[in-house]
Design a binder for this molecule. Structure first.
Ligand code: HAM
Length: 429
């Protein structure tokens, strides 16, 4: 027997009963980003593998073991994007839209792909909404990105469940000096480090800081601190950011061990974390990447951004029961018609009503059926009102109007008066 076809592990269908919540989330974020003056950009899902190797870094988990990489029919090595920043940088460079110091405040949404071990909140295809800002080098824009996410958490009702962690990685020079000091210290304690950290010490020593291994963590207690190696410029930048967050009343904690898993960061890094989702608690993360554009072949161009994981935020909304009930009601009026003459009249009438009320969510019964079965479908649709058209009503050029969820008698409304009547009953979006 042939094996039934299944989706790939870690890649999920989003079923019709879930899409209202996704659309609510996505439209809330999109509206907020519009209001802050961000413009949407859409990049391809597949890019040359080289792009991710050069930007994210050869010795990161993503590039070493998580990318979906394949050869296409031309023999080019392509990769399903594991994140959005690299492609966004490639796009702005390719189209010259950051040239001459032009500011760009951009956002994107879409699927990302990482071959990680799937578990709650961690998938192989997941979705991000991200922002990237180019050609602004001050802490004001770092603060704006954080402030707008804080506002979003407020709008979604999840503010109390998330915590902001902040750190500064300094410039690449100061990070280089810190790296040397860290390597020297850790090398002196090599035998106490776990195997993975011993390997990272050689390839990407800062990543040792976010080890989960308790013995290595104990060694790190007395390790040199990044803050002591920060250059003046980064220190002033970081102070500027903290002052703005204080002024905006946004609580944060400094986490000196926050280094992020991608290599392109400099100065500010931050993560919004929650303890409500188990192990996969980072719902939004980002930072500054002032060297990346130049590294990718462009002119020196400061950049800063973040990306939020949609699946994790949706899980959080569900866990905290912050899902507004009304998003699931997608039909205002359900029209039941009995007999062919009534069906024809119903179609013509409903098109006229749609002309007059373009936002009305009107569903016509399809597939005929008895009074009872059509009525059942009307009720199941979640509609507030049913419209009823049979031979008797047709003869009088009226339609039955019946409230389905509450008080109110059934009444007949003249065809000509239907749109005006519906307009008084239904608040249209
Ligand atoms: P990231 O930390 O790799 O950063 O991912 C950002 C967010 O995407 C995470 O905080 C998490 O919410 C979500 N995420 C990541 N991997 C998964 C997964 N396997 N399953 C579900 N959700 C996941 C970046 O991607 C950077 N490009 C962010 C950035 C933009 N930095 C500057 N600009």
């Amino acid at each position: 027997m042939s094996k039934s076809l299944q989706a790939i592990r870690g890649m999920n269908d989003i079923l019709p009963e879930q899409t209202p919540l996704w659309r609510y989330f996505e439209s809330t974020v999109a509206r907020l980003l519009d209001n802050y003056g961000y413009k949407q950009i859409r990049m391809p899902i597949v890019e040359f593998t080289e792009l991710f190797k050069r930007s994210i870094g050869e010795v990161t988990d993503i590039v070493e073991k998580e990318m979906y990489t394949f050869e296409d029919r031309n023999g080019d090595s392509l990769t399903l994007r594991p994140e959005g920043t690299a492609a966004c940088v490639r796009a702005v460079l390719e189209h010259g839209i950051t040239g001459g110091g032009q500011t760009q405040k951009l956002w994107y949404i879409g699927p990302m792909f990482r071959h990680e071990r799937p578990q709650k909140g961690r998938y192989r295809q997941f979705h991000q909404i991200g922002c990237e800002v180019f050609n602004l080098d001050g802490p004001d824009i770092d603060a704006e990105l954080i402030v707008l996410t804080w506002r979003l958490w407020g709008q979604l009702g999840i503010r109390d469940a998330v915590k902001l962690e902040l750190n500064s990685l300094g410039t690449s020079e100061s990070r280089g000096r810190y790296r040397e000091a860290l390597v020297e210290y850790l090398s002196a304690h090599l035998d106490k480090l776990d195997e993975d950290s011993q390997r990272r010490l050689k390839t990407n020593p800062l990543r040792v800081l976010d080890t989960k291994n308790a013995d290595t963590q104990a060694v790190l207690v007395d390790a040199p601190k990044m803050a002591d190696y920060l250059d003046d410029e980064s220190r002033v930048h970081f102070e500027g950011l903290k002052a703005r967050l204080d002024a905006a009343g946004i609580p944060y904690v400094i986490n000196p061990k926050l280094v992020r898993g991608l290599d392109y960061y400099s100065k500010t890094v931050f993560e919004w974390v929650t303890d409500k989702l188990g192990a996969q608690g980072t719902v939004c993360a980002g930072g500054r990447y002032d060297g990346l554009v130049e590294q990718m072949g462009g002119k020196p161009t400061p950049g800063v951004g973040f990306a939020m994981g949609i699946e994790r935020l949706i899980l959080l909304l569900e866990t905290l029961e912050q899902v507004p009930e009304e998003i699931f009601r997608q039909v205002d009026v359900y029209l039941c018609a009995f007999g062919e003459a009534a069906e024809l009249a119903a179609l013509a009438l409903s098109e006229k009503v749609r002309d007059q009320l373009p936002n009305l969510r009107l569903q016509i019964n399809a597939g005929a059926g008895s009074f009872k079965s059509q009525f059942k479908k009307a009720d199941k649709s979640g509609a507030l009102y049913a419209l009823i058209l049979g031979d008797d009503e047709l003869a009088q050029q009226v339609i039955g109007f019946k409230p389905l969820r509450g008080q109110g008698e059934q009444q007949n409304i003249a065809f000509d008066a239907l749109a005006a009547h519906l307009a008084t009953c239904i608040v249209q979006g």
